[in-house]
Design a protein around this ligand. Sequence first.
Ligand code: NAD
Length: 491
Amino acid sequence: MGLDVSFSRSGGLPVHTPVDGSVIGAMNPETAASTDAAIERAVAAFTQWRAVPSPRRGELIRRFGNLCRDHKEELSCLVTLDCGKTLDEARGEVQEVIDICDFAVGLSRQLHGLSIATERPNHRMAETWHPLGVFAQISAFNFPVAVWSWGTMIALTCGNAAIWKPSEKSLLSASACAGLLARACEDFAEAPAHLHQILTGGGDVGAQLAADPRVSLISATGSTRMGRSVASTVAARLGRSILELGGNNAAIVTPSANRELVLRGVTFSAAGTSGQRCTSLRRLIVHESVHDELVGQLKRAFSQLRVGNPLEPGVHAGPLIDLPAMEMFNAALDQARAEGGTVHGGQRVLAEDYPDAAYVAPALVEMPSQTPIVHTETFGPILYVMRYRTIEEAIAMNNAVLQGLSSAIFTDNMREAELFTSSLGSDCGIANVNIGTSGAEIGGAFGGEKETGGGRASGSDTWKAYMRRATNTINYSTDLPLAQGVRFDAA
Ligand code: NAD
């Protein structure tokens, strides 16, 4: 059976592929009434799904993961059409969905609580974990399916019903994934109708989900601007959110660094996915003794990268998501020049072949210091390079921005590596040694601090955010001792 891409019916708003700018479908956005009805259906689905034992819930996730395995190549093509990343990277993204499914299946047998020492005789105290309610996922264009799977596979395993509001810019792969999940539910007796629903639309649909008290947990991935709006809306109703927002990620290159690792790690992190990963490398902080030589090597490495149609083999980087993204890219380079930067690369390419698409050469920008533009996340392949003298200065530069997602140090010096990963080191949610800032594995908790939002979407023990914790104190005596020795003998 092939993939169902049901959103692409006629009418509605056009959806473009970044590959050549052509129209690949149409979106009929939800109305306020249809979004409201979907939330109501999800509440009903939750009341049934929460009663299903979690290992059985995991079985549903296993089925979905296997369907993704069967359709990996088709899904990968849709991811490339949706967001313009190379086919190889798209395959990596679909593999991430499959990996998260495996992780969730294992988790379905390990949703365990603690037993805790109690001060009262013949009492028992324990923590139990229960399904939370309706989970809503808002996702960004640049990881059109992986980000959804991080949250939704965990949420479903934990006994929640789920709603997905994918980016309005990347609907093909989202629609196909939702179709595969629906197929997994089809002959799965315990799966209630509307256990998972996909809602198409823009920020207004996401904002409605954020505002609705029937949504117990909302996970929002995207820009800091969007996160600020979701956070304040959810906070006003004292709800729960997981925020996965923008990054401004740095790597420090020390004198002892293995140059081969630096060149490969930096080039992939900065130019891969055309700089459109939340973890893309945007700032390179290089020791003054190796700065000039490294800049020369990186200029050569950048100029050898093949920017082109991401469906073709051998291409390193595809287009930016759309022409407005290219305008922002150009504006950032202009601002960098005005702030004293020297720009290498960064020109538009393939304009004749693809006039409606936004192909650009990655830009390496030598900066005198971390000026205002260096503090800004521009979603494209721009790498700002600065010098440092002491390791303390380099760490301070790493931490000087408002975002706190990913960071790295390249060094063979154990003291520098340990300092960087210590409490005095990087203040980011991800701190790597001798690898780049992007390309995280699913086993670790993923997310960042400060304006990145503080959320952790998946991996490690993040499942706890998707459940409700209850503390149970059970008295199996015939006495009623009060905690802290309090006496109340009225009866
Ligand atoms: P975006 O903020 O424009 O849109 C993201 C999603 O939010 C879309 O589905 C959009 O419709 C929705 N949205 C927009 N306004 C909203 C509102 N007021 N209320 C509710 N929903 C709203 O982001 P984008 O351009 O799609 O993605 C790029 C951004 O995402 C970058 O900043 C990148 O760093 C970030 N990102 C972060 C992570 C992470 O894990 N930290 C992962 C991927 C992308």
